[in-house]
Structure formats: C-alpha cells, structure tokens
Design a protein. Structure first.
Length: 258
C-alpha cells in the first residue's frame, strides 16, 4: 500500500495481510514488520493484520532525531488513520508492548482488546535485565554477541533444530543513529503512571524463562492494569510467540475472539 506520512512528516511503510477485524501488530526494538513473519499467518487467517516498519527501520524514513515509545504510539495512530481504522485489537511484543501501553492509555477509543507480550512497564518500577545479560550483548565480537542474543530469544533445543533465518534479531539495514535512537526509546520507557487508566481488556503473556526482559515484569503489568489476565508460557524465553506459537498463538487468538 502507499506509504503513510506522520504528523511530523515521516514516511512509514505499512504491510496489511488477511481479512476480518483489524489487528495491529507491534514488534520489538530495532526491528521492522518482518518480526512477525514466522507467526503472521496464524493471525491473518482470522484478522486483517496491520504491521509497519517503525521509523528508523525497514522501508520507513530514518530521521536522525530523538525517538520515544510514546512517539511510536502516535505513529501507530497515523497508520490506523491512513487505513480508515477507527478501532483495532493491538498485540505488542517486547518494545512493541511498551508502545502498545501508550497507545491504549493515550487513545483508549482506538484499542479494542490489548495483548502485551514479553514487555515491561519500564522506569523505576520495571525489572531490568541483569549485568551478565547486558555484558553478553555488548561483546565486541559480533558473532559472540549474536549467539548471546539467540540464546536469550530461543531455547537450546529449538536452536538445535533451526538454523534461521531469524527475523527477531534486529533490522541489519538500520543506520547507527537509528539503532541508538531505538535503544534510547526503549530504555527511556516509563508508563507506570498511566497503566491504571487502561480500560481495554488486557492479556499479559511472557516466557517463564525470559532473561532478556525479565519475567518478573509480567505480574507487575498484570497487577497494574485493571482486570488484566496473566499467562506465563512454560520453558519459553523472549521469543515465546515464535518458538511456542502452538501455545501462544491459540491463547492470543482465543482472547481476541478469533
């Protein structure tokens, strides 16, 4: 479809697949819409799925400026507006879950049902990954850093059976300034104060063995959002939605009514 232009003039690439009620899919930090490729068909069979390349990724513009999760939520509104979608289900994972929190809090009339996957409220109340995890990801040896990220995303058993390509490890085409801006946006997220205002029926999903975004964030979110449900996917790491899609897919579809 033609590109969407935001209120500040940034062009965004949008990808729409499937038929049915609209479902906005929000992926992880420094990733484009291909984050959802391994599981997109699960949802496109029941919904019109809408995904877009965040500013700084994929085929969207990459301005050298400050990025914020709240700003990404405004970009999502621009995408919905461009498609004539007044109200949609929203499923955000990782940084996309942070964006989804703002979308549901700032634009309650636009969100039908909300799913927050492997994400965090951020700020002083959120649980951060520990120093060993941060150190493993900051290695100078890029092959070693990539292996560390894979191990945080997937279990050893799954990796032994899959050699890629992997769509959750970041958009390799991103310029350095955009990669830094995404990191800053995710790290600066803090929606704690607005979470109690979220009125959309909410499901919080998290891998029970997630060290990349510690599992302890899931009950924090579920306890802060009125009426939210919580489901931990046993044995799953950060990319629970892909490796354990046979569990997570039906769980989310059932919650969304699909």
């Amino acid at each position: 479809m033609p590109g969407v232009r935001t209120t500040d003039g940034v062009a965004l690439h949008v990808d729409v697949r499937g038929t049915g009620a609209p479902l906005l899919l929000l992926g992880g930090q420094a990733n484009d819409h291909h984050w959802w490729d391994p599981v997109r068909d699960d949802f496109a069979a029941a919904f019109t799925t809408i995904a877009f390349d965040y500013r700084g990724t994929g085929r969207s513009d990459k301005p050298d400026a400050e990025y914020r999760t709240r700003g990404f939520a405004e970009d999502a509104v621009a995408v919905l507006d461009s498609l004539g979608v007044a109200r949609a289900h929203v499923y955000g994972t990782s940084m996309g879950g942070r964006v989804a929190q703002w979308l549901a809090a700032d634009h309650p009339g636009r969100v039908d049902r909300l799913v927050l996957g492997c994400t965090s409220p951020g700020g002083a109340h959120g649980f951060e990954r520990d120093a060993r995890v941060r150190k493993s990801l900051a290695q100078v040896d890029q092959a070693a850093a990539r292996k560390a990220l894979l191990d945080l995303m997937y279990t050893p058993a799954w990796l032994a059976r899959h050699d890629g390509p992997f769509t959750t490890l970041g958009d390799p085409t991103m310029p350095p300034h955009a990669r830094r801006a995404h990191l800053s946006a995710s790290a600066g997220h803090d929606a704690w104060a607005v979470l109690p205002s979220i009125g959309a029926p909410t499901l919080v999903v998290h891998g029970a063995d997630d060290l990349f975004n510690p599992t302890a964030n899931a009950p924090l979110l579920a306890g802060r959002i009125p009426g939210a449900r919580l489901h931990l996917v046993e044995d799953a790491r950060h990319a629970y939605f892909e490796e354990f899609h046979d569990v997570a897919g039906p769980l989310v579809l059932d919650f969304l009514g699909g």
